[in-house]
Design a protein around this ligand. Sequence first.
Ligand SMILES: [Zn+2]
Length: 289
Amino acid sequence: MTNPRQQELNRKAKQRRYLHSIGRPPLIDAEPVIRHARWLHDEHGMSLRTIGRRAGVSPSFVSRLVNGERCDRPIRRLKAEAIMAVRPEMPVRAAASAHVDITGSQRRAQALMALGFTGPVLSEELGFNGHVANLWRVIREQGVISAVRRDRIRDGYEKLQHADPSDFGASVHAQARIRTVARSRDWAPPSCWDDDTIDDPDAIPEWTGACGSERGYQIHYREHIPFCEPCREAHQKYKTTHPGSGTGRLHDEAVWKLADEGLANARIADELAIGVRTVERALERRQQR
Ligand SMILES: [Zn+2]
């Protein structure tokens, strides 16, 4: 007489042999399952919990799939099929499933980082279910994004752009770190964008109100706003079309100020987009005074 446990094992062994015999081995490649789970999550905005519930698997399993922590090993057929059978939550409206330019979404996430909102906070608030890697994927990748995803990021941006990162649990240290990252990559804060320009790929952030012109360059100088690329370029062009016009005094004061802050000459030259020799001459002029 066999006990129930033995019966169960026998049944499973028999099922395995049967599945192999008909070319349906119990373990299969995870790749298509991962793609399907990401499609449900990224494109249709389904939560990990909902996908898991529909498929009868744990949300953490779905999470590992979506975040690529489960791509090197095969996956059990029954689980795979259960996930593949999950359909998007609602009939998706054509507009919502459409793909749109990613630029505005990236600028919004970057602008919030410039304010000190960290990856973990934004991955919650911008609709990434806390998955920082997915947030960075959107920030880094070029191309398009689903309209659903874009709308979530826009909603989060509306909510956070006037908020304080500390209220969302970001430490002062973490805020400073992400602001430095943003600064080094020329990511403009919300104050540099208008709602009607932020989605326009050709628009540039307005750090000065006159960016992309020599006047903008001068305002960067005067107000000690780190230079943006369009202003650097405008200044280079201005110098070639106005040889010898010089911004001598302006240079001098800016150089002196940065020198007083303890910056090395090369660093000052870099900050101000001028030659090291110009920095040296400005410092000499101060000594002669
Ligand atoms: Zn500028």
